[in-house]
Structures are given as C-alpha cells and as structure tokens.
Design a protein around this ligand. Structure first.
Ligand code: OOB
Length: 502
C-alpha cells in the first residue's frame, strides 16, 4: 500500500479511514456509514470497475444524485485510477453526449433511472451492479500511485451560456482547494456538512464541502433534495453545522423558516454563492435562518473567494469575499487588458496554485479564455475594495445591446429586485426589428402579491424611473413567470428565458 499523502485526492478517504475508522463519514436519513465502511465500499466499487475492464486513466461520467453512493463511486473511481467526469443529475443526454465526445468516456456510473441517458459505446454501469461485481471479484486493485500533477477529476464548467467545458483538476490542486477552503471556513472534525446542492458541483464538493469535511474526520450529510422540508429535516436529524446554497435557494429557505417550525439551530455557517446575492437579501437570509452568513464567489476553473468569519458585517453582506489563498493572483482589467485602479470595475483575471491553465481538449476556448501569461479570463466584472474584498457586478457578456447602447443585465436586475412585489427577476435580451435587442424583464411575483391587480409594465417603469433608472435601461417587455428556469447547478438559466423569443 502506498503511503497516504496530502497530495493525492485518491488518498483522502483511505487516510481518513485509517485515522478515524469508527467515526460517521456519511449520513442520509436513517443510513450512516463509518469511515471504515465507506472505504470498504469504495474499495469494492474500485474492484467492480476493474472487473468491468476499466483501466487507469480512462474517463467515466459520474452522475449520481446526492447519497452515500455518490461518495462510494467517486472514491471507488479514484482508487481504480479512473477519472470521473463530475456530471450533475440535471444533465441530459445532449450534455452527456457532449462530455463523452470531448473526453472519450467509456462508462456512465449512475443510478437506474438515469442509466438510460447514454447509448453505446458508453456503458451504463449502475452503482449496485458495480458493487456486486466488486464483491465477487477477489483480486485486489493495484493501481499505481498517480502523479500528484495528473488529472484526478474533470469538473463541468458552470457557464449559463454555451455548452459546458471540462475542467481538469489535479490530485494536488484539488487537495489544495479543499484543504485551504476548510481552513478559511474554520472546519473541524466536529462539523457536519450538508450537501444540499448537487454534490458533483465544485461548491458543495470541495469549497470546503463534502470532501473538506471528510479530510478532517467530520460527517458529510445528504438530503433527498434541497427543498426546505427535506433539508430542514436533515439539519435537525444530523445536527448539521455548515451548508452551502445558491441565492434563490437561500431565499426559499429563509421564507420557509418563517412558517416552518424546524430546529435549524445547529447551523453555524451558511454559505451563499454561485450567483450574486444583494445586501438586503443577504441580511434577510441571515436573520431568518439565524446562522452566520458567508458569501462565496467561486468557479470550477479554480479561484474561490470567501468572506471571513471575523469580517465586519457590512463586508459579509455587501461583498463576495476575497481570495482564499495568499497565492491567488487576481487582476481587474479594462478592454485593452490594462489593470484598472482599485474601486473601478474591470474584468477579473486570475492565476494561482489551484486555478487551471486550460480546459480539457478545447484549443479554441483556451485561446479565448486564457491570457498569454496564463491568467484565466473569468468574464466576471468586479471591483476591489481597499480591504481586498471583491464586489462582483455582473458578467462582461451578460449585456443587452439596445439600439447600440450596452446595458448591463445585472444593473437592471438589481433595480427589479428592489420592487416590493418582485421575488426574483432576470433581464434578458429580446430581439427587436428596430433596436436590434430590447430589454425583457422576466419576473416572479412574491407569494401574496396582489393577485387581481398584477404588476404591469407601466407601473414597473414608473417604479424604476422613481429609482433614477434612465429610460433606455428600463424594460420594454415584462413577462411574469411562476418560477425562473434553472440550470443543473441551480442558477437562473437566462438562455432558456431568452429562447422563448426564438
Ligand atoms: C460556482 O462555480 P461555477 O463554475 O458553476 O460558476 C462560476 C461563475 C463565476 O464565474 C461567476 O460568474 C458566478 O458563477 N458566480 C458568482 C458568485 N459565485 C459564482 N457571481 C456572483 N456572486 C457570486 N458569489 O458557481 C462556484 C464554485 C465554487 C464555489 C462557489 C461557487
């Protein structure tokens, strides 16, 4: 057996199992597995993969809903030297086919309902079948210890435009990611992390997420789904101390906490990230759920920023945090690539010990997305405060080109969110014969907003004018939706809204 090293992601579970064999590693409902049990199952899974002929270095799509099986399959694949592509349960056949085409995945590790999403030559292998094969297969897995600089997992990029890209994260950089995040979030062996978001996403997986807590001997808990009913029950049962949510979910939980009698008092840290939350909403969420809020601005490509537990409250509520590592380099640049002074908005570029230098097998995207000196062009627009904290103000490409005027969707959305009857909103372009594009506001009204006199466009424009929003930035079209469409990772899917206009 190789010596467990803090460099190899594949050694995370074996190392923790050697140190804390009888502690609870993973819990869901009435089910709980100790570290020894989880490691045994992962080893069986690895043998099952070998029995099915998978070889070290081969890729496999891993698409498993939040459950202990997700971790068994992930650590099993790592133990067998198979590189998992971290798909989300919401991905469909088109996305899975796209990932397969990029990386030549040979298998789809999944559960029975999702197994029909792929077709040969990709082989659908459900977790129960792999485990059974592994139990019947007596030869031990003797994958050589991988190079710490080799790819351990392929993450899926989170963009809300275009098809996702694959992000190669190495054993060493991903370990650095989860360990640094765990330190900054002051995680310890007494923490219980609830993966409410889909566990294959970088945020719940390693920021610090399930992997962070497992590296320290704590417990990873799963809820069947992220609804307040399921999640509150899981928090109460497992005495969850930390979880991470997207802003829409955080707001949903906050609203539910007002009327659901649930004991969420064990929560000490509530991470909110993946998309921007504004200060007022952050305050509301923190008050209603009673846990310290932490803003997380991160990306599957690497860079993760956190507000710190001891930051003054206004920084916690109004900023998206600062880089988690001293070694992260962040620069904000104008259109010509020149750095802007502190306080001014620029496009965020980053380089650092856990940020990738290129997407997997994507030369064209790499030429666009990385600078000659190796910085990743995130496409996010941000400004930096004297404290080093970043305020993310939107995406460089998330704009509406209205008659030649470039309007930031985020700016319009911030004003929309200030309307007392609006629960959530998105500003998207809508084709127009004369202007090229015009502004469409897609809104979801708050429960209890006047049903017989719903908000109309003239009223909305009058409200926005009252806030000082200039006429050319005001919506030309208003659509009311029951809910905003979401991506697999739980972010507002603007492409799906814009697609309504053909
Ligand atoms: C996380 O990762 P991805 O890869 O799904 O998405 C990254 C993009 C960022 O480039 C940014 O545009 C947006 O999502 N984003 C935020 C944000 N956090 C992410 N925009 C505004 N405010 C925030 N707090 O989403 C992700 C990865 C690790 C940790 C947390 C989130």
């Amino acid at each position: 057996m190789s010596t467990p090293s803090a460099d190899l992601l594949s050694e995370l579970l074996p190392r923790s199992a050697a140190r804390w064999p009888d502690r609870v590693a993973v819990a869901q409902g009435e089910r709980a597995l100790t570290y020894r049990e989880l490691d045994d199952q992962a080893q069986s899974f690895a043998r099952g993969l070998v029995a099915f002929g998978l070889e070290p270095g081969e890729k496999a799509l891993l698409q498993i809903p939040n459950s202990p099986e997700f971790l068994i399959a992930l650590f099993g694949a790592l133990a067998a030297g198979v590189v998992p592509v971290m798909c989300l349960p919401g991905h469909r056949d088109a996305e899975l086919a796209h990932f397969t085409q990029i990386c030549g995945a040979v298998a789809h590790l999944t559960t029975p309902p999702l197994a029909k999403l792929v077709s040969p030559p990709v082989r659908a292998l459900t977790t129960d079948v792999v485990l059974a094969a592994g139990q019947a297969y007596s030869e031990s897995v003797c994958a050589l210890a991988p190079d710490p600089k080799s790819t351990a997992v392929l993450l899926v990029s989170g963009g809300t435009t275009g098809l996702p890209k694959l992000i190669p994260r190495t054993h060493r950089d991903y370990w650095y990611n989860l360990a640094t995040a765990a330190r900054v979030c002051e995680l310890s062996e007494s923490d219980v992390y609830l993966a409410a978001l889909p566990a294959g996403h970088n945020f719940p997986l390693a920021c610090p997420g399930a992997l962070g807590v497992l590296s320290l001997g704590g417990t990873a808990a799963f809820a069947a789904d992220p609804s307040p009913e399921s999640a509150f029950a899981a928090i109460e049962r497992h005495r969850v101390t930390v979880t991470g949510l997207t802003p829409p979910l955080a707001q949903l939980w906050a609203a539910a906490a007002e009327w659901e009698p649930a004991d969420v008092g064990s929560l000490r840290l509530l991470q909110v990230g993946g998309a921007r939350i504004d200060g007022d909403r952050a305050r509301e969420v923190q008050r209603s759920l009673g846990a310290a809020l932490q803003q997380v601005f991160g990306m599957a490509e690497g860079l993760v920023c956190f507000t710190r537990p001891d930051d003054p409250e206004d920084l916690v509520l109004e900023t998206q945090g600062r880089p988690m590592s001293e070694e992260d380099e962040v620069r904000l640049v104008d259109e010509d690539g020149a750095e802007v002074p502190d306080g001014e908005v620029g496009e965020l570029e980053t380089r650092g010990p856990y940020t990738i230098a290129g997407y997997y097998n994507a030369p064209e995207a790499n030429a666009r997305s990385f600078t000659p000196d190796g910085f990743y062009r995130s496409g996010d627009l941000a400004r930096r405060l004297p404290s080093g904290h970043l305020v993310v103000v939107g995406r460089a490409k998330d704009v509406i080109n209205r008659g030649g005027e470039t309007i930031s969707a985020e700016e319009v959305e911030q004003h929309l969110h200030a309307h007392p009857e609006i629960d959530s909103a998105a500003a998207v372009p809508c084709p127009d014969e004369f202007l090229g594009e015009k502004i469409c506001a897609a809104v979801v009204l708050r429960a209890g907003a006047c049903g017989s006199c719903p908000l109309d466009l003239p009223q909305l424009r009058a409200f926005l004018a009252g806030r000082g929003l200039s006429a050319e930035k005001q919506p030309d079209v208003l659509i009311r939706l029951a809910a905003l469409p979401m991506t697999a990772a739980g972010k507002v899917d603007k492409r799906a809204i814009a697609a309504r206009f053909g």
